[in-house]
Design a protein around this ligand. Structure first.
Ligand SMILES: Cc1cc2nc3c(=O)[nH]c(=O)nc-3n(C[C@H](O)[C@H](O)[C@H](O)COP(=O)(O)OP(=O)(O)OC[C@H]3O[C@@H](n4cnc5c(N)ncnc54)[C@H](O)[C@@H]3O)c2cc1C
Length: 424
């Protein structure tokens, strides 16, 4: 039976990384969660994704099973010339886990997604299981009434609607009044996976993956091309993002857009023959135009709030898109902890105060990360001006400084302190 002291009914739009993380955070504090997802959730896509300590710390606190998800711990790195293979930087990540309280993991997006889905919907653990309703596309929102309308015309109502509908969010226009359009950065990325066994089987390429557990590699080229290469799935798959200059008017990312392997080889023709031998093993190559969006001025209106890519789409250069989505879920969980229907009925501003606090906690950090993510970790100087409105203190300038900036942030501590200070 629903009483006015009941926890909130929350509808989440989208069962991606942010929708599922938010479902976990909110079910754990007792709210009733339903997720409407437009796909059938049977053909999850994507390649590998970073789960850095600022996010893995959170997953571990939720009893996320890294073994089941076949995560790989990032252990070491090198940066080398893509033309000569000469290494100009080698480093170890041995210090990461003891320093930041959790490891830096490399995951296949599908494996991360599966384990989050299990945690959101399992009958074990705190709170009631979230319910996922697949094949349910949301076509419209009424932010004042707290309703959504599905493409089959069904209307559903909740105390709070969380839009986790990704980079092409339609929910944002109900907050901002219009959709936000992206700009192309002049760069695109080829993305593909190659089984480690295929690379080992070829004497020309085997050395790349020998003694290579958890190695994160970067190969740079003279024309600005850059390969980011790391393992996932228990080191059984090698993940590649090969960034290159492209003049294009494309204004929509499509994670599933295929291109021919010939195009990849053409763009990287000046790279070392051993790298090209690796590239020839790719059976399916996707191309992702790297589009930039300015930070949004607002993340909520009335009963609708944004999380994940809907709030802060970002490029892959910092490897933080998934981590920022997970941070959002924790902040929302902290500000909504203990909120009941009674509180919302007694104070018409109660929800707005909570969502304003969530936005205050999250927007500056996520906006700074959006801007830092436009450049490599050795290019902090290129975004120093743009990031100023969102960042206090010195700008990180190299990979070591970005590791400190990205990994040391603790969203739970920050959110709990902000809630205490706000005296809500
Ligand atoms: C197919 C795909 C592949 C990806 N691959 C990678 C990768 O390889 N590496 C990487 O670093 N990042 C990848 N990403 C991005 C990464 O997952 C996100 O940056 C990050 O995890 C935050 O995601 P999100 O949950 O906010 O959004 P998304 O992951 O985009 O999830 C949004 C969800 O909302 C659903 N949805 C959208 N509109 C509606 C609607 N109207 N009604 C109902 N449901 C809706 C979508 O179907 C989707 O499931 C991928 C994203 C997608 C969608």
């Amino acid at each position: 039976m629903t009483t006015s002291n009941s926890p909130l009914d929350v509808i989440i739009i989208g069962a991606g990384i942010s929708g599922l993380s938010t479902a976990i955070a909110l079910r754990r504090i007792g709210h009733n969660v339903k997720i409407y997802e437009r796909s059938n959730l049977k053909n999850e896509l994507g390649a590998a994704i970073h789960i850095s300590p600022n996010a893995s710390r959170i997953l571990l606190s939720w009893d996320f099973d890294v073994k089941r998800a076949r995560f790989v711990k990032a252990m070491k790195t090198y940066i080398a010339s893509g033309n000569t293979l000469q290494k100009f930087y080698e480093g170890s990540y041995d210090h990461v886990e003891p320093t930041y309280g959790a490891a830096w993991y490399l995951s296949h997006r599908v494996d991360l997604h599966e384990e989050l889905k299990r945690l959101a919907t399992t009958s074990e653990g705190p709170g009631k299981p979230a319910v996922i309703i697949p094949n349910s596309k949301v076509d419209d929102y009424d932010v004042e009434a707290g309703t959504i309308t599905l493409s089959n015309s069904e209307v559903h109502k909740a105390d709070l609607i969380v839009a986790a509908d990704g980079v092409h969010s339609q929910a944002t226009k109900h907050i901002l009044g219009s959709l936000q359009y992206p700009e192309h950065t002049g760069q695109s990325a080829f993305r593909f996976l190659i089984p480690t066994a295929d690379i080992i089987a070829d004497p020309e390429t085997a050395d790349f993956v020998k003694d290579d557990d958890g190695r994160f590699k970067v190969f740079t080229g003279v024309r600005g091309n850059r390969i980011v290469w790391y393992p996932c799935r228990n080191n059984e798959e090698q993940n590649f993002a090969a960034i290159f200059h492209e003049d294009t008017s494309e204004t929509k990312e499509d994670w599933d857009a295929s291109v021919s392997g010939e195009k990849l080889l053409e763009e990287y023709q000046d790279f070392h023959p051993a790298i090209l031998a690796v590239f020839r093993k790719a059976k399916s190559v996707k191309k992702w135009p790297l589009l930039f969006r300015e930070p949004l001025p607002a993340w909520y209106k009335s009963k609708l709030v944004l999380v994940g890519d809907a709030a802060h789409p970002m490029l892959p250069h910092q490897g933080q898109a998934g981590a920022q989505a997970i941070e959002d879920s924790v902040a929302l969980g902290v500000v909504l902890n203990g909120v009941t229907k009674t509180e919302l009925q007694n104070d018409p501003n109660a929800l707005a105060k909570r969502l304003e606090l969530y936005q205050t906690i999250r927007r500056r950090r996520a906006a700074a990360m959006q801007i830092f993510s436009n450049f490599g970790q050795d290019q902090g100087d290129k975004c120093a001006e743009a990031v100023k409105p969102y960042h206090d203190g010195p700008i990180p300038m190299n990979p070591a400084e970005f590791i400190v900036y990205n990994f040391s942030y603790n969203v739970k501590d920050h959110s709990e302190q902000a809630l205490k200070d706000a005296k809500l």
